[in-house]
Write a protein that binds this ligand. Structure first.
Ligand code: UDP
Length: 407
């Protein structure tokens, strides 16, 4: 695991000095992160790197995962889809199961952090312990909240408003709440196995392992197999483009322990891919960071054709590798891509196919988008900026209502 000083050549000394200043004011504070999965998906991806770096800064950070059965995760996945705008009906039993599982975790977990940092809806009910133990409580939402289903939103709102503060990833997700909301975008770690530079041999070895031809253009989408990532739409885009341009499609994704839908979605994609030798459907195990890094680096174009997206770390990952990215203009993606400057934003299958043809036919244009994209990520979406925002928020919890903090 990298230490803070290794980031200096990437972000500059001033950034590191600033982080040390904030950390020095938080030296005796403990921060307990709690979410619903240790592997898979963007939240775990961030915490795996964030928690050790907070520790490296001298903050007593730690991370726990709630427990829940299969049925609980079916309910929370339904909630996730409802918050992303899908029409979903919940039975009373389902809501009871959500409440009971949270209550069970309240009883069984050691909730000892001075700052309790709760991620997403699954563990939101832990706040019920607040009356008894006090502490400061933060609720961090990683979901695209632009059009949540009203029933699910109203249900969660009762919990959210018991927290000290809420965090959303993008301005479009801000909601009417009685507690303060702050906007903090997620981030990637440039020194992780997922994002660090790789020698060409490693990239070639990964392509050989999956029998992908390195001499023909490769178009890639890395995502959990989830309807909201629209993998079937990606196959349709590819089919439209391949009529004109010889290319290969890589759809790579593993599961997340809190996402029970993956196998079903993968089966549907397999059916429409119908053994096409130029479509590579890769179900990757959790520890595939080097493989994903290599696939992103080997790609001519990276797609992220999501229908909803909290942020889309995969976009930042590809931009950091200076890749041309075509992504849907949804959720947090427009924070990362300024259309025609740091990538291309699209709305439909046809539009995505048009953009893909354009980039495959004009690699120089794609390269320039990639270069701009990498710089945009360097300035805005690296983990050092994220650490800074979190530490400022921690400090502000002791100065409620104050606009200026004197350190
Ligand atoms: N990812 C991975 N293996 C996979 C699929 C995705 O490691 O098979 C990673 C991906 O590289 C990214 C994260 O999981 O870092 C997904 O985050 P994102 O914000 O793109 O989407 P989420 O899954 O949180 O909706």
């Amino acid at each position: 695991m990298a230490n803070l000083y290794e980031y200096e050549p990437i972000v500059g000394k001033d950034v590191i000095n600033e982080l040390e200043l904030y950390a020095s004011k938080l030296a005796n504070v403990s921060v307990q992160h709690i979410n619903s999965t240790a592997v898979g998906g963007g939240v775990a991806e961030i915490l795996i790197r964030m928690v050790p770096l907070l520790k490296d800064l001298g903050i007593n950070a730690f991370w726990d995962v709630i427990k829940g059965g299969e049925k609980f995760y079916e309910v929370t996945k339904k909630m996730h889809n409802a918050l992303h705008g899908q029409k979903v009906l919940f039975s009373k039993d389902e809501m009871d199961l959500f409440i009971q599982t949270n209550e069970m975790n309240v009883r069984d977990m050691d909730l000892g952090g001075d700052i309790m940092f709760i991620h997403d809806p699954q563990p939101i009910g832990l706040i019920s312990r607040r009356k008894e133990i006090g502490h400061k409580w933060i609720w961090r939402c990683h979901i695209d909240f632009s059009r949540p289903d009203p029933f699910t939103w109203n249900f969660l709102k009762k919990y959210i408003e018991q927290y000290d503060v809420s965090i959303f990833s993008a301005p479009a997700f801000a909601r009417e709440l009685t507690i303060p909301q702050v906007l903090i975008a997620p981030s990637i770690d440039p020194l992780s196995d997922k994002n660090k530079d790789l020698p060409q041999e490693t990239i070639d070895t990964v392509l050989e392992k999956f029998k992908i031809d390195k001499n023909r253009p490769i178009v890639t989408q890395i995502s959990r197999f989830d309807y909201l990532k629209d993998p079937k739409g990606v196959v349709q885009v590819f089919r439209k483009v391949r009529k004109y341009i010889d290319c290969q499609l890589v759809l790579a994704g593993g599961g997340a322990t809190d996402d029970p839908e993956g196998a079903k979605v993968l089966a549907e994609v397999q059916e429409i891919a119908a053994n096409d030798p130029d479509i590579f459907l890769l179900l990757l195990p959790p520890s595939s960071d080097i493989e994903i890094n290599a696939l992103q680096r080997a790609s001519s174009v990276v797609l992220q054709k999501s229908l909803r997206e909290g942020f889309g770390l995969t976009v930042a990952e590809a931009l950091w590798k200076a890749k041309p990215v075509i992504a849907s203009s949804v959720g947090g993606i427009p924070l990362q891509i300024a259309n025609r400057y740091s990538g291309l934003l699209t709305h439909t299958i046809e539009g995505t196919a048009f953009a893909l043809k354009q980039l495959l036919q004009n690699p120089t244009y794609g390269q320039q988008l990639g270069i701009n994209g990498r710089e945009h990520v360097r300035k805005n979406f690296l983990i050092t900026r994220h650490l800074r925002d979190y530490m400022l928020l921690f400090l502000s919890l002791d100065h409620k209502g104050k606009d200026v903090l004197f350190l």
